[in-house]
Design a protein around this ligand. Structure first.
Ligand SMILES: NC(=O)c1ccc[n+]([C@@H]2O[C@H](COP(=O)([O-])OP(=O)(O)OC[C@H]3O[C@@H](n4cnc5c(N)ncnc54)[C@H](O)[C@@H]3O)[C@@H](O)[C@H]2O)c1
Length: 348
């Protein structure tokens, strides 16, 4: 039985991690931690966690003898110190994305892992979309030929939610970047998973909603992080890619669109239909569109938290996202930020 402790009991922990863990027989959530006492009580009661295993200090959760492995579900600036503490305690860790606020701040974690390798995972959640795993299988089997270009977009309308306040996502010190790190990092990971490393980037960002009311008063304060980002990328393979990420897309709640064009075919992915993939291989028809909708075979279905437990049990974990991947994508994020600031291309 794997005994899991969760740090940070906000929307991703309670909305995704907990429900997925609850479906797995050979694991149990044994401890929880949040600095917000109200959230700690609500989650603790819901999960029947004894009072002595409800913590407000993450160090206490990590050192708790009832915890074998740790999930880090806090705001971005806290991922590295919390993951470092888990690694130093020799406890496997699953860390939310993006790894941190910038590359420089990730060094203590890279150092800790160089000293003591413990099993670790990054929550690049869209690697667990069945259609993504199927696309990877198709591409690894050479059915698309050489990749020519990738066209990706992540679209949300959440910048315009009425009454949305200046939460941590809009504060540079806590989030690093805005939609770029929050949503764009998923796309960077997907593009690199499917088509290999990104070699160079040229980006632009914008803050569309420029002020929000503070969380603890009605005073307006500046939004410091982007809610629109776009970038071009040259892949090491020679393929080209373009990315658009926005939380200002009215009409879209959570859409990822992903088209991969190769010399022999195209794959077309839409997060609104994660169990099917648009496929056209070897058909070049002058007159009609020939992308077929294909149902993803069952063998490509696995949930993120099941993979975490599989990792803890030492089972085979194909396409496991690790902290190493998190470090790499942080490097790409930093390059996009620098490119947007300097208005030039940056090599990775
Ligand atoms: N993988 C995904 O698809 C996905 C989706 C959403 C969010 N996320 C990531 O998950 C993380 C959390 O996002 P969220 O939307 O759940 O945020 P949230 O604000 O809803 O929750 C964060 C929680 O962390 C708690 N917290 C803050 N400081 C703490 C501390 N020092 N010790 C313990 N708890 C502390 C807060 O009180 C809050 O309950 C972010 O890094 C975000 O990027 C990932």
């Amino acid at each position: 039985m794997q005994r899991i402790g969760i740090i940070g009991l906000g929307s991703i922990a309670m909305g995704k991690h907990v429900p997925q863990l609850q479906k797995i027989n050979d694991c149990k959530i044994t401890a929880v931690c949040d600095i917000d006492e109200k959230r700690l009580k609500t989650a603790g009661d819901k999960l029947n966690i004894p009072e002595e295993y409800r913590f407000t200090d993450y160090n206490d959760l990590i050192s708790c003898p009832e915890v074998d492995a740790v999930e880090v579900c806090t705001p971005n600036y806290l991922h590295v110190p919390m993951a470092v503490a888990a690694v130093k305690a020799g406890k496997p860790v699953n860390v939310e994305k993006p790894l941190s606020v910038d590359l420089a701040s990730t060094k203590p974690l890279a150092d800790a892992l160089a000293e003591a390798e413990v099993p670790n995972m990054m929550c690049f959640s869209y690697r667990f979309c069945p259609a993504v795993r199927y696309a990877k299988w198709i591409m690894d089997n050479g059915l698309l030929g050489d990749i020519v270009n990738i066209d990706v977009a992540y679209l949300k309308n959440s910048a315009f939610f009425e009454g949305r306040r200046l939460e941590w996502r809009f504060v540079k010190e806590k989030a690093g970047t805005g939609v770029l790190g929050d949503l764009g990092v998923h796309l960077i990971d997907l593009a690199e998973l499917l088509a290999g490393d990104i070699k160079a980037v040229s980006g632009t960002t914008d803050i569309v909603v420029k002020q929000r009311q503070k969380e603890d008063s009605d005073e307006l304060a500046p939004v410091e992080t982007d809610d629109y980002a776009a970038f071009l990328a040259d892949m090491a393979s020679g393929a080209k890619a373009n990315f658009m990420i926005t939380r200002c897309a009215i009409g879209q709640t959570n859409t990822i669109k992903f088209d991969v064009y190769g010399t022999k075919g195209v794959l077309s992915f839409d997060l609104n239909h994660p169990d099917v993939l648009g496929v056209c291989i070897g058909e070049v028809d002058r007159m009609s569109e020939s992308i077929h909708t294909v149902k993803v075979p069952k063998k490509f279905f696995i949930e993120q938290e099941q993979m975490f437990i599989n990792m803890l049990e030492g089972k085979d974990c194909p396409l496991l996202p690790t902290i190493k991947d998190g470090l790499h994508s942080q490097r790409v994020l930093d390059a996009i930020v620098e490119s947007a600031e300097k208005r030039c291309w940056m090599e990775i």
